[in-house]
Design a protein around this ligand. Structure first.
Ligand code: AMP
Ligand code: GLY
Length: 446
């Protein structure tokens, strides 16, 4: 038997692997909980901090009471604690340029710079980019004058879609069935400024029909690696009724994201977007979330986000096999072409437990019980990601938002994952618990 001794290169690679990193996560929702959970599984992580975090994230991270937009305080904290890697979960600080602020201080940070985060920050920018580079999307016009928008709408085909240009907490999109509705929409967005300065400009867009699919990807400026597809349920009530919400649950992968759809998107959308951003002098490093509509004429980009989706991260990260530290580092250093992403074959389903009344008025501060039961079943593929929780004075965990928890499970297929996720929703209680009962259901039975 010949036993080979480690070579010099081996040794240096090994010592590099031994280097443990201190990580700071910026954000406080279920997405950041999923990122913290994934990071804590990495043997390369020494310590995790999260600003500001929540009661679930506190299991893996030391939560520090600094807001996601308090950039100077975040930089000072990262320097004081000698943070090796900061991961920005949320859109607002990215669009406001937090990555540039960290980089200017010599700090390593995962996420797009301000000039690239505009891909999410301005719908007018992203639509113009897609038009210029021939990336398939809905036909559109951009307006900065409400009178001109109204004149255009007089002759438009209905339904039609109005979108506030800037960030509007996912609420700046209006689907208008009639001219009257569209006129009211223009008033809301551009004149009454319901979404603030996000409505200084407005995109008017062709209404598309089809299945919606989200696709998450890692990007290092040049190379793009697709993670997995997911599908969201945005309406508050079963059968897609009720008001729009931040998302009541979702699943991954989407059975509608077929090899044919993937081939189309690989050819016309993914690399084309990364190349377009580079050609514009705005190289994108971080996560691009593609919001796609699978129309009868083929996939179309509905929107880009410049970060993990919430709750897409909750169903995609439990399926990811790679060490996420390696992937973050490869994106920052422009080495993503050397990384192959691998995902478990299993499906993952997330059911959101919300406070009754969400997305309108709801009560907070209710005591949550049963979380330890989900925890005890983690090895069998059950997870509970906290979206809106906090610690009570006695150390108990209290509800602290409209969306409270994302009860999540892996299963051999969508059906099993859904059954497990719903089983686990019974383990957790709080007095005004509300959930949808059909997450992934119509799909499963389709
Ligand atoms: P967005 O923030 O652009 O993803 O829009 C939010 C939601 O509005 C999407 O998830 C779709 O359900 C819907 N939507 C956006 N654009 C269109 C469109 N052009 N046609 C039909 N529905 C759309
Ligand atoms: N789930 C949609 C988003 O994160 O924007």
């Amino acid at each position: 038997m010949c036993v080979s001794l480690p070579s010099a290169t081996h040794a240096s690679a090994f010592s590099k692997e031994e280097r443990k990193v201190k990580v700071l996560i910026v954000g406080s929702g279920g997405r950041e909980h999923a990122i913290a959970w994934k990071l804590h599984k990495s043997p390369k992580v020494d310590k995790i901090y999260c600003a500001p975090g929540n009661a679930g994230i506190a299991e893996y991270a030391e939560c520090v009471p600094i807001g996601a937009m308090e950039m100077d305080r975040l930089v000072a904290f990262a320097k004081e604690k000698e943070i090796d890697l900061t991961v920005i979960g949320m859109d607002d600080p990215l669009v406001a340029g937090i990555v540039d602020v960290f980089e200017a201080e010599g700090l390593r940070v995962f996420g797009p710079r301000k000039n690239a985060a505009i891909l999410e920050g301005s719908k007018a920018f992203s639509k113009n980019l897609m038009k210029k580079y021939g990336i398939p999307t809905a036909a559109y016009e951009v307006f900065d004058d409400p009178e001109k928008a109204l004149a255009y709408l007089e002759t438009a085909k209905f339904p039609i879609v109005l979108k506030a240009d800037g960030l509007a907490l996912g609420k700046g999109v209006l689907i208008c069935q009639t001219l009257e509705e569209a006129k009211a929409g223009v008033k809301e967005i551009m004149q009454d400024k319901k979404f603030g300065s996000a409505g200084n400009e407005m995109v008017v867009e062709e209404f598309l029909t089809g299945r919606e699919v989200s696709v998450l990807s890692f990007v290092d400026g040049e190379t793009i690696r697709i993670m997995a597809s997911a599908q969201d349920h945005k309406r508050a009530k079963d059968n897609d009724e009720g008001l729009n919400t931040g998302g009541m649950g979702n699943f991954s992968p989407s059975p509608f994201y077929t090899d044919e759809v993937d081939a189309f998107c690989q050819k016309y959308i993914y690399q084309a977007t990364v190349d377009a951003m580079r050609a514009e002098g705005r190289p994108f490093k971080g996560v691009i979330f593609f919001g796609l509509m699978l129309t009868p004429d083929g996939p179309r980009v509905l929107e880009y986000n410049a970060r993990f989706g919430d709750p897409e991260a909750q169903v995609v990260l439990p399926r990811m096999e790679n060490d996420i530290v390696d992937v973050f580092e490869a994106c920052i250093d422009g080495r993503l072409k050397d990384v192959e992403l691998t995902f478990r074959k299993e499906a993952c389903v997330c059911v959101v437990l919300a406070s009754d009344g969400y997305p309108l008025a709801y009560e907070k501060g209710k005591k949550i019980s049963g979380l330890e039961i989900v925890k005890a079943h983690e090895a069998e593929g059950y997870f509970c990601f906290h979206a809106g929780t906090k610690f009570g004075e006695d150390g108990s965990i209290l509800t602290n938002g409209g969306r409270v928890l994302g009860v999540t499970a892996l299963g051999k297929d969508l059906k099993e994952a859904r059954a497990k996720a719903y089983e686990a929703t019974e383990w957790v209680s709080f007095s005004n618990k509300y959930m949808r009962h059909d997450i992934g259901k119509a799909i499963d039975e389709a």
